[in-house]
Design a binder for this molecule. Sequence first.
Ligand SMILES: NC(=O)C1=CN([C@@H]2O[C@H](COP(=O)(O)OP(=O)(O)OC[C@H]3O[C@@H](n4cnc5c(N)ncnc54)[C@H](OP(=O)(O)O)[C@@H]3O)[C@@H](O)[C@H]2O)C=CC1
Ligand SMILES: O=C(O)[C@@H]1CCC=N1
Length: 271
Amino acid sequence: MEQRDTIAFIGGGNMAGSLIGGLIGDGYPAARIRVSDPSDAQRASLAERFPGIVVTADNAEAIRSAGCIVLAVKPQVMATTADVLRETGRHVLFLSVAAGITSVRLDHWLGGDRAIVRAMPNTPALIGCGATGAYANARVDTTQHAMADHILRAVGELQWFEDEAALDAVTALSGSGPAYVFLLMEALEAGGVDLGLDADTARTLALHTVYGAARLALESHDSPATLRARVTSPGGTTEQALKVFETGGLRKLVAEAMGAAARRARELGEN
Ligand SMILES: NC(=O)C1=CN([C@@H]2O[C@H](COP(=O)(O)OP(=O)(O)OC[C@H]3O[C@@H](n4cnc5c(N)ncnc54)[C@H](OP(=O)(O)O)[C@@H]3O)[C@@H](O)[C@H]2O)C=CC1
Ligand SMILES: O=C(O)[C@@H]1CCC=N1
């Protein structure tokens, strides 16, 4: 990105913190990152975690001369937040990470004719391991597209979509997905404790198992199904466990859970 490109985050919560951590970890100058958040505690925490960034309670101050404004507030407050950003110049790129809010609605709230990238990142962005889906509206020019690409790719994997509706599916998969995996970790730890392991040992083994399986799947040319088959010795232990998952309807349950998340994304976009 060019020198003049200051990134202003409106909302300094979980997702903004994850993106800022990933950007700084990728070498983005902290002094070119500004964050606006109404909470004193939130601002103090961000300033401590990311020395050199500028924190403020004033959205107008945060966005002054920024090339990109990242909208990282809850979907429920996006309309009122966007309303006070209407005065910004038409050259500014808006990058919204809000679940469900369509670029058309956001454009309307921002006064119209805005360059908007709607993205759905996830919290592993904090360590550069995010998975993000993104859509650019027709007003986004080549330079702005490159800017959004640079910001989002700095924090992990990025997929662009031509069809904005795909973003609700991305939300249900990778946006919310880390929480599903953390739930699985919790269940693995609890299962280990039930079987007699101490809690610390069970957690360590659970975390490394998820990490190792994810890395192996990413680095292997084989599909997850093939990798699963390699663990599953005929007549062995895994086979018994997988039978319990399959008869319990794990795949259907995951599909239903993701359907509920996607539905909620659409609802948030309609409110
Ligand atoms: N958390 C996640 O894993 C992901 C979240 N997202 C999206 O990111 C967005 C933010 O989520 P998340 O970070 O979890 O939420 P948080 O509640 O952690 O952060 C939002 C922050 O915005 C602040 N805020 C509220 N109103 C304003 C305003 N007018 N101007 C500036 N700041 C304001 C809030 O302050 P206060 O609490 O005091 O109101 C809060 O600190 C959401 O739209 C969500 O859909 C997308 C992908 C993943
Ligand atoms: O739960 C949420 O609504 C946000 C969006 C995706 C992850 N967290």
